[in-house]
Design a protein around this ligand. Structure first.
Ligand code: SAM
Length: 276
């Protein structure tokens, strides 16, 4: 762990945080260490970090892991990182937007081995970033992300609750998600106007074993298309079948004709997919 004062480094390098890029940095060593512990990082691990920022988390990951590939879009941070990450030989910072890269381009950099994904994410990329990795063929073993508390609640929501949504199911198909820690807005510099939480998702390939991910994804997205509509209405629109036909298929799968998408668990969706 390197010893520096983040405020001093930002001042010394004349770096000003960019709100539009979600630059809310963490410098509390105890919190950063706890996030790395939540992620279960061990010394043989390769870690891919999204959003290097000032490198505060990156350095602590690198103290534990074998190798860290850290993606950052803002080149202005290079002067900061030259100070905060100097001397680390197991860190590679890549100044690219991972959301705009093809899988092959990412693999060219990080290789095709297994890795753990970690990041204190800019809030506006949470969902696309999650989908970018869970809908891919990368060998991601676990995902540990700091997100807005509200989004964290959506990720781990139970069926039938207001927070339950298509992102809940997209994640549930991929693995087992838990909120490992809540983090006050005061822990960030500058402080955002919402609190955050760390979510850890452990890959579990048995969740949809035997089912086609693409097909389930389509069914879930269709079922949540219009939240106030019944499942039958949503599915009749998405699959271009009559409402009667949609009801017949829903009932054949064992559900009430008036049921709404948010009442169905992942296992229910797997059962329903036999009819769609
Ligand atoms: N990891 C640091 C920390 O914990 O203090 C920084 C976290 S800050 C919330 C998020 C960082 O992600 C910012 O430095 C921002 O520039 C960067 N960022 C924004 N969009 C990005 C993208 N598409 N890909 C990679 N990094 C991005």
């Amino acid at each position: 762990m390197k010893n520096y004062n983040l405020g001093d480094v930002l001042h010394q390098t004349s770096f000003y945080t960019n709100k539009a890029l979600g630059q809310n940095f963490i410098s509390d060593t105890n919190l950063l260490t706890a996030i790395v512990t939540d992620a279960g990082i061990e010394n043989e691990d390769t870690v891919v970090e999204i959003g290097t920022g000032a490198g505060t988390l990156t350095g602590i990951i690198a103290d534990k892991a074998k190798k860290v590939y850290s993606f950052e879009v803002d080149r202005n941070l290079e002067k900061v990182l030259n100070i905060t990450l100097s001397g680390y030989e197991n860190i590679e910072v890549i100044f690219k937007d991972v959301l705009r890269m093809k899988d092959e381009a990412v693999t060219e950099i990080i290789g095709d081995g297994h890795f753990k994904l970690l990041g204190n994410l800019p809030y506006y990329i949470t969902t696309p970033l999650l989908l970018r990795f869970i809908d891919s063929n990368f060998n991601v073993d676990s995902i540990t992300i700091m997100v807005q508390e509200e989004v964290a609640r959506r990720i781990v929501a139970k069926e039938g609750t207001e927070d339950y949504s298509s992102i809940t199911l997209a994640v549930a198909m991929w693995g087992d998600a838990t909120i490992t820690r809540k983090v006050s807005r005061n822990m960030f510099f500058p402080s955002p106007n919402v609190d955050s939480a760390v979510v850890t998702i452990k890959r579990n390939d048995s969740k949809i074993k035997g089912y086609e991910r693409k097909k389930i994804n389509r069914l879930v997205r269709a079922s949540f298309a219009m939240r106030r509509k019944t499942l039958a209405n949503n599915l009749s629109a998405a699959y271009q079948i009559s409402k009667e036909e949609a009801i017949a298929r829903i009932e054949k799968a064992g559900f009430d004709k008036n049921i709404r998408g948010e009442k169905l668990s992942l296992d229910d969706y797997l059962r329903l997919s036999e009819e769609f």
